[in-house]
Ligand binder design. Structure first.
Ligand SMILES: [Zn+2]
Length: 72
């Protein structure tokens, strides 16, 4: 048995939008949606999306602005 503290990020109820189409598994975090757009469309099937909640690990706000790496 390993006793290392494997820190699993606590899941938090997070606002998401999910595709209305039950066949389609697409969903996006609400914070990643385009607020200008009132109606979100599914990135996959272009159908309408529903507001929903999902338990997700919290997003780190640090957006890595990875500067272009030289060939490495
Ligand atoms: Zn879809």
């Amino acid at each position: 048995m390993t006793t290392k503290d494997e820190q699993k990020p606590a899941l938090k109820p997070t606002k998401i939008l999910r595709c209305k189409n039950p066949e389609c598994k697409a969903w996006i975090r609400d914070i990643f949606t385009d607020k200008e757009q009132l109606e979100q469309t599914c990135p996959i099937c272009k159908g309408p999306m529903l507001r929903s909640m999902k338990h997700l690990p919290p997003v780190q706000n640090k957006i890595k602005r990875a500067p272009r790496k030289k060939n490495d």
